[in-house]
Design a protein around this ligand. Structure first.
Ligand SMILES: Cc1cc2nc3c(=O)[nH]c(=O)nc-3n(C[C@H](O)[C@H](O)[C@H](O)COP(=O)(O)OP(=O)(O)OC[C@H]3O[C@@H](n4cnc5c(N)ncnc54)[C@H](O)[C@@H]3O)c2cc1C
Length: 445
């Protein structure tokens, strides 16, 4: 597998930080969950205040361990994208992927057997192409795939900085704080062993003439320390919006991540949804490369409704006054992330898993301390025929609902329809292990 990225390395600007439980389960299957845990810290919730120095009011409480321990073996976590990308890159290297930075790719054409692209002046032919080339995806444009939605007013500004904020914090920890007085967010970055900060704000119209000064003034106003001297590490500006591609596939080319959907950062769903797209596509392509392309069509039918729902939920959250209660149409983040029901386009309560095909195989704690998610193989179909005494009597009703009879689980941890193909694929394992482009992947041929 060849993966090319036009930038010289992984992302310099820390973007995503909230890693939801579903993404952590994917990192677990990939073998990097422990490294992501070490590089980040527990999710600390959201607060609202006039300034960082003022009294903090809880807005979205930090999830208690007990909240999700019943639903997933992997906790939702706070870890900067900037720190995750090198972990994914290194894992991709270890598994044999050919990862090339400072390489730009352009799709040229495709036919019934493959895709033609040009990479740094060299013609490349591949069986399939994954476009993970971001919101302005040149591949999406080249493939004539539609893109509809709405832009949000103004320009988003994100500034990474270091500053001595302890006089404002006075021993308190805040993960994310909306400072009313500055109409801006302050996000803690890094972790206790190396703390930096991020300002998130908006300016109306285009960038102000002196963006650096504007950022410094806003940090001072948000922190409540008028003479603060922040050290600005990086400033990024971009126009935000809520858009979804009209299709996720054109022939042998597939869209994932921001190339397929962009959303306001409220809820922290953007990068997570991209990782989950790549995960949903990788095993299908591995099967196709082994001669079974029957699973390719369902990538779009399963993931497009998820993209539409997630974008509309992020948009809903972006319209809400920080601190205000959620509107009735807001789906809670846990249901949105773990309760997908492929095939119906809807969601179910992950605390009461139906065991229906198309739903996520539920996490149930086994007597030996492992998770039911550790019983299946992430590279192939697994048919589980395990005795019910593997779980405690308390968990037995849930176990029997989900893992009754001989249930078959797809490589992406989704319950398969009965009867389901269970290809024997020892060679496939090798193939799939070469697919973990995810966050670092931009253009995969
Ligand atoms: C401030 C901020 C906070 C965020 N917070 C969260 C959060 O908490 N949780 C969350 O889930 N998401 C969050 N997001 C969203 C998340 O960062 C994005 O959804 C994610 O980066 C999208 O990944 P991607 O790989 O699809 O696209 P991108 O990150 O845009 O990467 C696309 C890459 O493609 C490369 N490229 C483009 N064209 C070519 C070409 N022709 N050849 C080679 N390379 C090419 C580009 O150089 C780029 O590196 C946040 C975003 C921002 C900006």
């Amino acid at each position: 597998m060849l993966l090319v990225e036009r930038r010289p390395g992984t992302s310099r600007h820390t973007k995503a930080r909230l890693v939801n439980a579903r993404t952590m389960e994917i990192f677990r299957a990939l073998g990097i969950e422990g490294q992501v845990l070490a590089a980040g810290e527990p999710n600390g919730g959201f607060t609202v205040a006039d300034t960082l120095a003022a009294e903090h009011e809880t807005w979205i409480p930090a999830p208690a361990e007990d909240d999700t321990a019943d639903l997933s073996p992997s906790p939702a976590w706070s870890c900067d994208q900037q720190r995750i990308e090198p972990l994914v890159r290194d894992r991709a290297h270890e598994l044999g992927a050919d990862v090339r930075f400072a390489h730009t790719a352009h799709i040229q054409s495709q036919d019934a057997d493959g895709v033609n692209a040009v990479i740094e002046g060299h013609a490349v032919r591949a069986r399939y192409l994954i476009a993970a080339d971001g919101a302005h995806s040149p591949t999406r444009t080249a493939l004539n795939i539609g893109w509809s939605g709405e832009s949000l007013p103004g320009t988003a500004v994100s500034a990474l900085f270091h500053a001595h904020l302890e006089p404002a914090l006075r021993g308190r920890h805040t993960e994310a704080l909306f400072a009313r007085s500055a109409c801006a967010f302050l996000f803690a970055r890094g972790n206790a062993s190396g703390r930096s900060w991020q300002l998130g704000t908006h300016v109306s119209g285009s960038d102000p003439d002196d963006l650096d000064q504007h950022v410094r003034d806003t940090i001072r106003a948000a922190s409540g320390i008028p003479d603060l001297q922040p050290v600005i590490d990086d400033i990024a500006t971009w126009r935000t919006g809520a858009y979804v591609a009209s299709q996720l596939r054109a022939g042998r080319a597939f869209l994932v991540g921001d190339a397929a959907h962009v959303m306001p950062s409220y809820g922290g769903f953007g990068g997570n949804t991209g990782v989950q797209d790549a995960h949903a596509l990788a095993w299908r392509l591995a099967f196709a490369c082994r001669g079974d392309d029957t699973w390719l069509a369902s990538y779009e039918t399963e993931r497009l409704p998820v993209a539409r729902r997630t974008v509309s939920q992020a948009l809903l959250r972006s319209r809400k006054t920080p601190g205000a209660p959620p509107p009735p149409e807001q789906i809670d983040a846990t249901t949105l992330v773990l309760g997908f029901h492929y095939g119906t386009g809807g969601v179910e309560d992950p605390a009461s898993p139906s065991g229906e095909p198309g739903t996520r195989a539920a996490h149930i704690r086994l007597r030996d301390g492992r998770s039911s998610l550790d019983l299946f193989d992430p590279t192939t179909f697994t048919t589980l025929e395990v005795p019910a005494d593997i779980v405690t009597s308390e968990d037995l009703p849930r176990w029997e609902r989900v893992y009754r009879q001989a249930v078959t689980i797809r490589p992406d941890g989704v319950l398969a329809a009965h009867p389901s193909p269970a290809p024997s694929t020892s060679a496939l394992r090798q193939k799939l292990s070469l697919m973990p482009g995810r966050l670092v992947s931009s253009y995969v041929v």
